[in-house]
Each structure stands twice: as structure tokens, then as C-alpha cells.
Design a protein around this ligand. Sequence first.
Ligand code: NAI
Length: 318
Amino acid sequence: DVCESKEKIAIVGSGLIGQFWAMIFSSGGHKVTIYDIYPEQVSKALQNIAANLALYEKQGCLRGQINAEQQTCLISGSNDLQECLKGAVYVQECVPESADLKRKVFEQMDPFITSEMVVATSSSCIGVSQFVGGMANKHRTLVAHPVNPPYFVPLVEIVPGPWTLPEVTAKTRALLEAVGQSPVTLSKEVPGFALNRIQYSIINECWNMYKDGLLSAADIDKVMVDGLGPRYAFIGPLETMHLNADGIVDYCKRYAQGAYSVCSTFTPPPIMYDVPTAERVLEEMQATIPLEKVADRRKWRDQRLAALAALKTQLKEK
Ligand code: NAI
């Protein structure tokens, strides 16, 4: 039976991220039910998913041990929230990023949450503490924040709220690892979680250097793409320190003073709604990626990320 499956997963909100989660869980052999407030969106999502899984199979980047047809067969849609959640062990909420909307959706789910269930939000910035406070089952909720496109960039940030049970955090991490994602667990909520805190510190310095006229926008991006980026695809900044001396303690002894002198020249965070600077960057970007080509360039990015993911899997197997 091609529809034989592992525990059921519910996806609430079937836009871009909801569709990716459905494909990730079905690749792991789970039965998946997707729901959306708009029934036509559920149909559209099921069509997109079937087409994408077939395409990934053709391109050789399909995840999991079963074929695209079997994975597609594991995913169904529902126009009823209760039915979507029924029998699920894990719910991944993927509605738009608004605390008020998420509160509404979590309160609608609350009566259907069982003691077997974990309810995760895909939220990029909003911690669960901002919207689950009034729920009976708030201790079964947490953030599981993916990175776009989650099918090819495996990191998931798990961020428990103040009430989250440790077993809920542990179960989420184990489930995500089992389907091939790469979860990290924060001990508590902080603004920006981990990824955006690090990302914003990089963007801030890029913005300041551009404003100071130190490098062109293209050269700033090149520092990442041809410098830090290739290294960071395999080892993180802390391991880099460890490898660039006789261990990290030696690195600190040798380089901490110099690094501190550089960092002392950093200025406070720039305000990025500074439109004139953004317009100057845009003018430079337009030369290579005019606005009408942005969608094509996104497709190109996803293909490159798929190729990198395949390379990393291949290297891991060796
Ligand atoms: P989207 O706009 O593509 O999809 C949202 C879906 O939720 C739509 O299909 C919409 O019809 C549905 N929806 C709206 N109200 C609903 C309700 N009351 N009940 C059920 N469904 C409802 O948004 P996207 O990009 O998929 O984002 C979803 C979440 O994932 C957001 O919290 C976002 O911050 C997060 N996220 C997004 C990333 C991205 O790059 N787009 C990356 C990581 C996380």
C-alpha cells in the first residue's frame, strides 16, 4: 500500500511555508493534512505540491526514501480545522506573521489539542509568549522557525515559550531531525531568535560600509559570496576560530585584542528605512537584477541551494 505511513502531521495555513512543510514531512513518510481558511488555497496548494514533488524527482533533488507519487499520496487537504488536527501528533502553523491572527488561530485550535500533540508556529519573529497566554494548552506550544526555502535549507530554530514543557521541545527536535531538518534549540525567547540576530549584525555592518562609500554594493555582497559564505557552508564562526589557531583559547589569546580594536570602530545600528541609501543600492542592483527579473533570480537561488544541499548530503555519505 503506497499510502502506508508514520504518525499524522497537521499543517495549518497552506501558503509558501505550509507547502514546504507538507513536502518535508511526507518525505519522511508521514501522513500530512493541510488546512487553510480559503478552501481554494488548499486545492491550489495540493496541486503545487504534486507538481513540485514530481519536478524535484525529475531534477534528482527529491528528499526521502519513497518516490514522489507515494509522497504526494500521503498529503491530503481539509477545509475543517478540527478534522485537520484529529489524530495528529504534531501541528505546524503557517498563517501570516501577525500576533493577532496567530492568537485567533491558536485559540481556535486549543479545544482540539490533545496530550499527544505538539503545536508549533513557523513564526519568523513573534515568540509564542506573545499570543498563547490565554490558552489551556499553552504548555504544548513553541516556535519552529524554518529558513526559506526550508526544503533546501535545513535549519529550524526551536524557541520554547515561558510555559513550554521540556518534553514538547525535545519531541519537536527529534521529529524534525528524523525528517532531515537541522534543528537548534534556544533556551528561551529573545528578539530575532538566533538566525536574525546574527543576520542583522551582518546587514548592519554592510549597510554602514556602503553608506561610508567604502565598497560598492556588489563588492560588499562578494565578501560574503566568495569569502565568508563558502566557509560558513561547512564550519561556523566558532569552529573557524578553533581551526585558525591552536584551538579557540589560543585564538582568543592571539586575536581578541585586534578584534576588539576593530569592533570599537563599529557605529550603532543603522536605520534601514533610510530610503535614499536603499535607492542608491537599488540603482546598482538594477544593472544586474532589474526588479522584473527578481522572481527569476529567486528560482535561480533555490536551484543553487538545492545543488548545495545535494553536495552536502553527498559529502556526508562519504
Ligand atoms: P503565505 O502568505 O504564503 O501563507 C499564509 C497562508 O495562511 C495563506 O494560504 C492564507 O490563506 C492562510 N491563512 C490566513 N489566515 C488563516 C487562518 N485564519 N487560518 C488558516 N489559514 C489562514 O505566508 P508564508 O510566507 O507561508 O508565511 C507563513 C509563516 O511562516 C509566517 O509566520 C512567516 O513569518 C513564516 N515564515 C516565512 C518565511 C518566508 O520566507 N516566507 C520563512 C520562515 C518563516
